[in-house]
Design a protein around this ligand. Structure first.
Ligand code: WTA
Length: 661
C-alpha cells in the first residue's frame, strides 16, 4: 500500500527519536557538571539524602543573615525548607555582587521592540531597586503586604519584583495580556495594596495600553485593598488619572533614596503568588517562599545553563509567567549573570527579530518555547541564516513538549549542530527545572526532557501509585519534596491537597506530588512528557483552564452552556475549540461566533480566544451530568469517536454534534 506523505513523516519522526546527541567533547570538558558519571554521582548523592544535599548547596551558594535551624520540615503535603534561616533574595541577586568585579557588569540588558535599548549594571540595578522599594514604603507597603505587578517587558518589571522582595512584600505579577477582569480577580484574591503598571508596552508593532485595564479593574472600588497605582511611562499614550491614587514613577524616582537595606526574611516567608489555571474554579494562587526558591532557581540556573562569567543569557519569556520569574530575574541575577530582556514578540513584520537580538548582544545562551521555534521555522531559514549566530553555545526550550522536527531545526539552523539543547520540563508549581539535560553531562534525544535534576526523585506511576515499566505511559510524580516546591494554594490548603496530592494515593506512607502530566520513561531512563492528563489546555506554552474559558462564554447572554476542549495545532501546540449551546431566543450566526470570541478576549485575554466555535443542541454527558470531553476532543479534531459511549445519557446527542457546524 502506498504511504501518504503524512504517514511517511510520522515514521521519520519516530526514527529521529532514536537519535542520541552526545555533548560536544570540548563543551563537556569545560562544563560545571561534566560527563554522565559526574551527573550520576551527584544524582545518587542527592537521592541518598536530599536534605543534606540541599543544605550543603545553601551554605555554599547563598548569603544568609542567619543560618537555619532545620533543613527540612516535611509534614505531607506541607514542606518547609531552611526553617529559622534569615535571607533576602534581592540581597542575593544584587548586594552581594556589589563588592566584586560584577558591580559594573551588565545585569539587565534590555531591548525595546521599536529598537530602543537600555543596560543596567548590577550597581545601577541595585540603586533603582532601592528607589522603588523606598517609594513603595512611602505608599505604606510593609513586610507581609502584597503588591500587584501588571507590566510590559521593560526593566522596571524586574525592578518592581526585586523592590517588593527587598522590603518583604510579596508580589503577584499578572501577565500584561490578561484582561481587566482577570486582573481584578487576582488583585482581590491577593488583597494587593499597590499596583505597579505602565501606560502601555510595545507588542507586535503596536502600543498596547495597560493602564486602562488597571483603571477598569479598580473602578467603583472593586478592589478595596488597593490604595495606590505606580505608573511607569513607556509608550507615552494618554492615560486617565485618579488623583491621590495614581503616581508617576518618573515623578517620584528622582526624590527617592538609592539606599534601602534588604529586610531579613524568614526562609519560609511568602515571596510571591503566581496565578495559574486549574481544571475547576478560579485560578490558583501558587505560593512560593523565599529561601528554598532562591536556592533552587540559583542552582538549576547555574548547572543547567552551565553559566560562565562572560555568558550573555537570554530568555524570551514574559515576566508574567513563572519562566520570567525564575529564569529572567531571580536565577540569573542570583548567579551574577547578564540577563537579556526583550520587549517584543515574534512577528511577521520582522521575521528575524529574535536573531537580530542574538547578533547584537552576542547572546551565548538562548531559552525559548517550542511555539516560538515553530513560528520561526515556518518563516524560513533565510532569516536566521542572514545573522551571525555563532556566539550561541546552549539552546533551551520550555512550556510544552517539543516535536522532534522543531528540535532538529533548532539544533541545525539555530545551533549550527554545535549547541546542546536543554529541554526543561517544569511548572509554575515546581518553581524551577525538574527534568532537564545538564548540557555537559547528558546526551540528548530530540523530544525528551531526559533526566531529573539531582535531588528530584521523579517517577512514572499508575493510578495506584505503582511504578510502571519502561516505555509504559503513566502519571508523572515527584517522590520527595524539593526546595522550590509550591507551598500551598494561596488561602486554600484544601485545594492544594486535592489538586496535587490526592489523585495518586500515598504509597507506604510516602506522598507523591502529581504534576498533572502524563509521561513515559524509556529503557535508558529518559523521560518523555506526553502532555496534560487533566482538562488544562496548553496553548502556545500557556496553561489555560477549560473551566475559565467556559465560564467566560457562559457569562455572555446568548450562551446557555459551553464546553471547551483542545485541538492539536501545528503552531500553538493546542488551540481552543468551544462547543456552545445557545439560549432559546438566539440563533446561530457567524457574527455571533465572532462576538463570542471577542467576549472571551475581553473576559480573559487574547491568548484564550477560541480558534473555533461550534454551535450545538446538546453535549455528550454521563448520567451523572459530567461532560464526556474525550468525545468532544475527537469531534474537534475530526477523528472517529473512541471509547465507550454506553455511559452516555442521550445517545442521539453525538449524532447531532457530528452533523452540526
Ligand atoms: C508543560 C511552565 C513538555 C507541562 C514552566 C507542564 C512541558 C506545564 C515542558 C507547566 C517541557 C512545560 N516538555 N511539557 N519541557 N515544560 N510543559 O506552569 O504540561 O506555565 O505541566 O510552567 O507545561 O506550565 P507552566
Amino acid at each position: 500500500m502506498a504511504q501518504s506523505p503524512n504517514s511517511q513523516s510520522a515514521i521519520e519522526s519516530i526514527l529521529q527519536e532514536q537519535r542520541l546527541f552526545e555533548p560536544p567533547a570540548e563543551f563537556a570538558a569545560a562544563a560545571t557538571v561534566s560527563g554522565a558519571d559526574q551527573y550520576q554521582a551527584l544524582y545518587d548523592k542527592a537521592a541518598a539524602d536530599p536534605a543534606a544535599f540541599w543544605a550543603e548547596l545553601a551554605e555554599q551558594e547563598l548569603h544568609w543573615f542567619k543560618k537555619w535551624d532545620t533543613v527540612l520540615d516535611w509534614q505531607p503535603p506541607f514542606a518547609k525548607w531552611f526553617v529559622g534561616g534569615k535571607i533576602n533574595i534581592s540581597y542575593n541577586c544584587l548586594d552581594r555582587h556589589l563588592d566584586t568585579p560584577r558591580r559594573d557588569k551588565p545585569a539587565l540588558v534590555w531591548e525595546g521592540e521599536p529598537g530602543d535599548s537600555r543596560t543596567l549594571t548590577y550597581a545601577e540595578l541595585h540603586a533603582e531597586v532601592c528607589q522603588m522599594a523606598n517609594v513603595l514604603k512611602d505608599m505604606g507597603v510593609a513586610k507581609g503586604d502584597r503588591v500587584g505587578i501588571y507590566m510590559p517587558m521593560v526593566p522596571e518589571a524586574a525592578v518592581a519584583m526585586l523592590a517588593c522582595a527587598r522590603i518583604g512584600a510579596a508580589h503577584t505579577v499578572v501577565f500584561g495580556g490578561f484582561s481587566s477582569e482577570a486582573l481584578r480577580d487576582r488583585l482581590n484574591d491577593a488583597e494587593a495594596k499597590v499596583v505597579i503598571t505602565a501606560d502601555g508596552g510595545f507588542r507586535k508593532d503596536k502600543a498596547m495600553p495597560l493602564k486602562p485595564a488597571v483603571d477598569a479593574a479598580l473602578e467603583g472600588n472593586a478592589v478595596p485593598s488597593v490604595t495606590n497605582v505606580l505608573v511607569v511611562q513607556r509608550t507615552k499614550q494618554d492615560v486617565a488619572w485618579t488623583e491621590g491614587r495614581d503616581v508617576w514613577w518618573h515623578d517620584v524616582k528622582p526624590g527617592a533614596s538609592t539606599d534601602c537595606a534588604a529586610e531579613p526574611m524568614d526562609s519560609e516567608d511568602l515571596l510571591f503568588i503566581l496565578y495559574t489555571s486549574g481544571t475547576t474554579g478560579k485560578p490558583k494562587g501558587v505560593v512560593h517562599t523565599t529561601g528554598g526558591y532562591n536556592l533552587y532557581t540559583h542552582t538549576t540556573f547555574k548547572w543547567t545553563f552551565d553559566i560562565k562569567e562572560d555568558d550573555v543569557y537570554w530568555c524570551t519569556a514574559d515576566v508574567g509567567w513563572i519562566t520570567g520569574h525564575s529564569y529572567i530575574v531571580y536565577g540569573p541575577l542570583s548567579n551574577g549573570a547578564t540577563s537579556v530582556m526583550y520587549e517584543g514578540a515574534p512577528r511577521k513584520s520582522n521575521p528575524g527579530c529574535f536573531w537580530d537580538v542574538v547578533e547584537k548582544y552576542k547572546v551565548t545562551i538562548f531559552y525559548t518555547a517550542p511555539t516560538a521555534i515553530r513560528a520561526f521555522l515556518k518563516m524560513g531559514d533565510q532569516h536566521p541564516n542572514a545573522r551571525d549566530l555563532t556566539s550561541l553555545r546552549i539552546l533551551g526550550t520550555v512550556g510544552e513538549p517539543i516535536n522532534p522536527e522543531a528540535w532538529m531545526w533548532y539544533h541545525k539552523v539555530i545551533g549550527g549542530e554545535n549547541c546542546p539543547i536543554i529541554d526543561t520540563w517544569w511548572q509554575t508549581e515546581t518553581g524551577g527545572f525538574m527534568i532537564t539535560p545538564l548540557p555537559g553531562a547528558i546526551a540528548t534525544k530530540p523530544g525528551s526532557a531526559t533526566k531529573p535534576f539531582p535531588g528530584i526523585l521523579a517517577d512514572i506511576v499508575d493510578a495506584e501509585g505503582n511504578p510502571v515499566g519502561a516505555n509504559e505511559g503513566g502519571y508523572l510524580v515527584v517522590k520527595h519534596p524539593w526546595p522550590s516546591m509550591m507551598r500551598t494554594v494561596y488561602g486554600d490548603d484544601a485545594r492544594f491537597r486535592r489538586t496535587y496530592w490526592e489523585h495518586i494515593p500515598p504509597k507506604d506512607g510516602n506522598y507523591m506530588y502529581f504534576a498533572g502530566d502524563g509521561a513515559r520513561k524509556d529503557e535508558d531512563g529518559y523521560f518523555w512528557i506526553m502532555g496534560r492528563t487533566d482538562d488544562v489546555l496548553n496553548v502556545s506554552g500557556h496553561r489555560l483552564g477549560t473551566m475559565e474559558i467556559e465560564s467566560a462564554l457562559q457569562s455572555h447572554p446568548a450562551v446557555a452552556e459551553a464546553a471547551v476542549v483542545g485541538r492539536k495545532d501545528d503552531l500553538k501546540g493546542e488551540d481552543v475549540f468551544a462547543f456552545v449551546i445557545l439560549e432559546g431566543t438566539h440563533s446561530p450566526s457567524d457574527d455571533l461566533k465572532a462576538e463570542l470570541k471577542q467576549h472571551v478576549v475581553k473576559e480573559i485575554g487574547a491568548i484564550a480566544r477560541p480558534g473555533e466555535i461550534r454551535f450545538a443542541e446538546g453535549l455528550p454527558k454521563t448520567r451523572s451530568g459530567k461532560i464526556i470531553r474525550r468525545f468532544l476532543r475527537n469531534l474537534a479534531s475530526g477523528e472517529e469517536l473512541v471509547g465507550d459511549a454506553t455511559t452516555m445519557e442521550d445517545q442521539s446527542v453525538l449524532e447531532k454534534l457530528r452533523t452540526e457546524s
